[in-house]
Design a protein around this ligand. Sequence first.
Ligand SMILES: *[C@@H]1O[C@H](CO)[C@@H](O)[C@H](O)[C@H]1NC(C)=O
Ligand SMILES: *[C@@H]1O[C@H](CO)[C@@H](O)[C@H](O)[C@H]1NC(C)=O
Ligand SMILES: *[C@@H]1O[C@H](CO)[C@@H](O)[C@H](O)[C@H]1NC(C)=O
Ligand SMILES: *[C@@H]1O[C@H](CO)[C@@H](O)[C@H](O)[C@H]1NC(C)=O
Ligand SMILES: *[C@@H]1O[C@H](CO)[C@@H](O)[C@H](O)[C@H]1NC(C)=O
Length: 420
Amino acid sequence: MKVGHFSDKILKVPRALAIQLLVFLGVVMYLYSRTPTVLVYELREKAGHGVKIEHAFWRRLGVETECTQFIIPGRGGVLLDDVQAYRSNLLITRTFSKEDLEVQPVELNINQSDVIVVQHIQKTGGTALENRLVQNTNIKPPCVCKNITQDKKRTVCSCLNAKGQVWTINRHATGWACGVHADFTELTDCVDHWFRSQPNENRKRRYHYVTVVRDPVTRFVSEWLHVRRGATWKECRLHCDGRDASLAEVPYCFNHGTWANVTFDEFLSCPSNMAFNRQTRMLANLSLSDCYRLESNKTRQERDEIMLKSAEDNLRRFFKFFFLVEYQEEAQELLERTFTGLKLNSPMIGKKFSSATSYAMLSEKHWEMILEKNLLDVRLYQFAKDLFMQRLRRLNIEARPRTNEAIIVQEGFTYATVTV
Ligand SMILES: *[C@@H]1O[C@H](CO)[C@@H](O)[C@H](O)[C@H]1NC(C)=O
Ligand SMILES: *[C@@H]1O[C@H](CO)[C@@H](O)[C@H](O)[C@H]1NC(C)=O
Ligand SMILES: *[C@@H]1O[C@H](CO)[C@@H](O)[C@H](O)[C@H]1NC(C)=O
Ligand SMILES: *[C@@H]1O[C@H](CO)[C@@H](O)[C@H](O)[C@H]1NC(C)=O
Ligand SMILES: *[C@@H]1O[C@H](CO)[C@@H](O)[C@H](O)[C@H]1NC(C)=O
């Protein structure tokens, strides 16, 4: 009895413990197996509000990847910057002033003082814009054009107003009046001089600068492909503060006349490759960041920040009109609202496949390397896109939904990353 009682007692305690333990383990295992599902579910809910990290690389390819990383907003985390936003297919929307957003329309009068100056940055779709402006508008008198090549890719036009004065600085009309792919620094320095050398030019001129910007990664890939085919743009003068850049300042990346057949890795590893951050450099007033000079009492980083700020300022204020090449239809409306009376004779239509085509040539590793080499252009593009989109909204121009369009988040967005 005693023993039995004792043994009963002995058995009773472990049994109770065992049951408790089992229940405990069961609950733990239940929770353990459930927790991730609950978390994913909650995160997916939140993702609906624009916080899922979508790796832009895969999204652009149209590849549906199972999302493993999520951005949880506002948890005292990291401040989202434009580069991380770009990586995550987000767009930070910032506060612009009324003057930056409100288009002041210009009643274009080419017979008087108005001149459209096209700044054509390599591989941004500038040729299409230039072509349209000389061949596809209601401007009177129209340009007189002739085809140089069968495919209509090279056309030379004479674009004169009723008094025989040129009304556009445009490759198709004036050739490279200020040098091959003249940048902001070169154009603003040269345009007046160029006009003074023309006949009948004794008028006051009002310049309207226009340009196109493009997704930095696809633009970069496109430039690589073009250089592979033999383009060098070595005629570019890189003129700044009264002189052209020297070869010591900007050495060529190639030895034998061209860089044809260059591999992507070679293209990425030449330090003086002008493809890096090309859009920022070409839109900035380079005088402010000491041009191409090797000696400067500012650090490289300070010069980069000045350059980016200047490019942004110019897009905000100096350019009468700019657009993103990815938004052709919207751009046309904005163009026609900016220059009242100007109408295009046929619609601008975007190439829907082009970015996926460029992306398909890349590995994810290369994509990341391109970003690293083009951080200024990534930041500039995010800025430009935000500005462009806000301008459209002001004018009630509807931006057609794109597949995989970036999700807009507010300035000051902080986040923590969760991997599931
Ligand atoms: C410029 O003058 C020509 C000839 O007088 C006229 O046909 C044309 O409509 C004028 N263009 C503009 C924009 O006023
Ligand atoms: C240029 O060529 C295209 C077809 O290739 C033709 O439709 C167009 O009329 C030509 N333009 C001129 C000015 O010859
Ligand atoms: C580039 O490659 C093509 C095709 O392989 C070849 O015909 C051409 O000569 C090459 N060009 C240079 C500059 O190496
Ligand atoms: C560019 O910056 C220089 C130096 O501050 C200035 O003199 C020049 O006027 C600027 N150019 C333009 C077009 O703003
Ligand atoms: C920086 O360099 C400029 C000329 O390149 C010179 O005028 C200026 O005094 C320098 N500033 C400092 C702080 O050394």
